[in-house]
Design a protein around this ligand. Sequence first.
Ligand code: KG4
Ligand code: ZN
Length: 333
Amino acid sequence: MILAIETSCDDTCAAVVTRDGEIRANVISSQGVHDRYGGVVPEVASRHHLELVGPVVEDALTQAGATLPQLDAIAVTQGPGLVGALLVGVASAKALAAAHRLPLIPVDHLHGHVAASFLAPDPFEPPFLILIASGGHTLLARVEDHGPDWEVLGSTHDDAAGEAFDKGARMLGLGYPGGPALQRLAEEGDPAAFDFPTAQQVAGLDFSFSGLKTALLYKLRELERADPALPARRRADLAASYQRAIVETLARRVERALEQTGLGRLALGGGVAANGPLRERMRGLGGVAIDIPPMALCTDNAAMIAGAALHLPALVFPSYLGLDAYATGERGL
Ligand code: KG4
Ligand code: ZN
């Protein structure tokens, strides 16, 4: 069994996963303190990780019926993410591993999102194309095997898709995180009410969301000038049209990538993969085998970090004691 710890952003996560990829425990403690600021405050996140990481690890071990000496290894997200937040996880993992002379497996957060598809009970086998869309990343990659060397085919020039959801939600007066709130408001609205841009002019398999964000801002200003008390119905129309533009931006790149690579298999990962209309749009792609992990494995979690660790080399004690976190990936994302 592997115990994994993930603290790259604002969720404090610990999981226990077996060698066969069976999830014995997957504990996620969302901090819920960042909504008042309209986004994650890094230093606040780090302090909360510090308080939560102990109890979250204990919870995961209890749920799995495991003790530390029984583990084969401890895995931890090394980066990319908020460096102070990552350091809490890295230091905790090092301390727990060293105390029991266990091996340590450092994991790249994005490899974790890919590995969410490898977990039981329905492992999705490479090769496949993956769309990872979260608050920090939006990219398309070709996954040939279970290891960390998957190939990035396209990524965003500016905002991540989740960021586009969060910023749009903020403009519409909704709380953080914006994705789920915007999806709820959009359910009351007409996705065809406004024609928002879908960045089709961006070359290749890259994405861009900044034009869309500006388009929403200008449309809101224009509507509020005409009627300062914007009716709820109109706000819902804006949310639905904006959401459709994000979904179409993602979906059309996925279609192009499937065509270009000839891959007939597609996986989704990252928090935005929890979005209902995106899941529906992807399920509608003809002739493609599709894997959309359960919601709890799409948003940040530690089970996916353990899933990646199963395919990575372990560092033996004491070689990992000097291990550091990294804020951005070598992939330059
Ligand atoms: O993967 P994740 O949990 O954390 C990062 O690594 O960023 O993704 C969080 C992002 C946030 O931007 C959030 O608004 C978005 O995923 N998200 C959604 C939904 N649920 C979460 N976006 C759209 N629709 C959702 N239902
Ligand atoms: Zn993530």
